[in-house]
Design a protein around this ligand. Structure first.
Ligand code: GDD
Ligand code: MG
Length: 343
């Protein structure tokens, strides 16, 4: 078994966070996102993982190198300019010689990949697409199936009334290597608009597998926050969170970090600070009586005295002035707010 992770998108919907940090490695509970997908693949016994990159590839290669630190073998297929999801798949052809798991590089899930691959093999499928039911399908690719789970139709980003199905493409496929033959080399191509319709037309055995447990596309600010909340609140038992939070005494003005929050041990947390349902990255300084709630603060940020941060994401090396109130904001790296700002 081999795997390909499509991780070359620009992460436009997560800007400004993705200006200096490509989406596949945005920190989720202080770990680059792809760690979670690599872990899931490892659980299914997959050790050969190709990362398909295009946007800021160096930053991703620097983190994962040859995969040795993660006990996997990582290969890279880099596009000079983005070739779309299908073109990226073709571009990784030399690493895809066996049945492969293909993942969109922005999906947080606890899928049982071994079970899904077994389902694919039992049906002698050429392709299997994992589906998840969602309430609002408009931001996804809808997949219509028959009563035996055979794929009938794809409707990418449907307009109202275009489909009645509520099962969407979860961004995870099991593909036999000959599916590569449906893709022209060196061209911009799409799984969703081109490869899938072609293999349907050709009458290939194309099946679906419905995943009813956890699934989230982290590619929008609200879902990025949600991914952090869900992990620290133990909604994904396959990814237990290990806390090494700084410890304080019981004095009255000792900082209070609630049970779920994750604070990197390198942080300086001053007296009277309160941290609730939040994640604080390495080397942050949180000044006296600041309160951080339902938020994610990236590395090396300084939160001023008595500042309040709620429902927000603060990029790397942010400076939040004293007594500021930041609610529902997404601040890019090196943002600086003067004292008493209200946003
Ligand atoms: N290498 C490479 N090159 N990767 C790409 C490219 C490219 O040109 N374009 C996109 N990707 C990667 C992105 O980095 C992302 O991980 C994945 O492919 C999917 O792209 P998105 O831009 O996040 O697509 P989406 O979320 O709008 O829709 C896709 O995912 C949905 C599930 O989250 C589609 O596959 C939908 O059908 C699906 O429902
Ligand atoms: Mg996406």
């Amino acid at each position: 078994m081999q795997a390909l992770i499509l991780a070359g998108g620009k992460g436009t919907r997560l800007r400004p966070l993705t200006i200096h940090t490509p989406k596949p490695v945005v920190p989720i509970v202080n770990k680059p996102f792809l760690n979670y997908q690599i872990d899931l693949l490892k659980r299914a016994g997959v050790k050969d993982i190709t990362l398909s990159l295009s946007y800021q590839p160096g930053k991703i290669e620097e983190i994962f190198a040859d995969g040795q630190d993660y006990d996997v073998r990582i290969h890279y297929a880099v596009e000079a300019s983005p070739l779309g999801t299908g073109g990226a798949y073709k571009n990784a052809e030399k690493y895809l010689t066996e049945t492969a798991i293909v993942f969109n590089g922005d999906v947080l899930t606890d899928m049982d990949l071994a079970r899904i691959v077994a389902h694919h093999k039992e049906r002698k499928a050429a392709a299997t697409v994992v589906l998840v039911p969602v309430e609002n399908v408009s931001a996804y690719g809808v997949v219509e199936t028959d009563s035996e789970g055979r794929v009938q139709r794809f409707v990418e980003k449907p307009k109202p009334g275009e489909t009645t199905s509520n099962t969407i493409n979860a961004g995870c496929y099991i593909l036999e290597p000959h599916i590569l033959n449906y893709v022209p080399a060196g061209e911009t191509y799409s799984f969703e608009y081109q490869i899938f319709p072609s293999i349907l037309k050709a009458g290939e055995p194309f099946y679906s597998y419905i995943w009813n447990d956890y699934w989230l596309d982290i590619g929008k600010p609200q879902s990025y926050l949600q991914a952090n909340y869900d992990l620290i609140n133990d909604k994904l038992p396959v990814f237990p969170v290990y806390r090494h939070n700084p410890q304080f005494g019981n004095s009255e003005d000792a900082p209070k970090i609630d049970y779920v929050s994750v604070v990197d041990p390198s942080c300086t947390i001053k007296p009277g600070v309160e941290i609730i349902n939040s994640v604080i990255g390495p080397n942050c300084i949180i000044e006296e009586k600041a309160r951080i709630e339902n938020s994610v603060v990236w590395a090396a940020s300084r939160i001023g005295k008595e500042a309040v941060i709620c429902n927000s994401i603060i990029g790397k090396s942010g400076i939040i002035g004293k007594s500021s109130v930041v609610d529902g904001a997404i601040l890019g790296d090196k943002s600086s707010l003067t004292d008493y700002t209200i946003i």
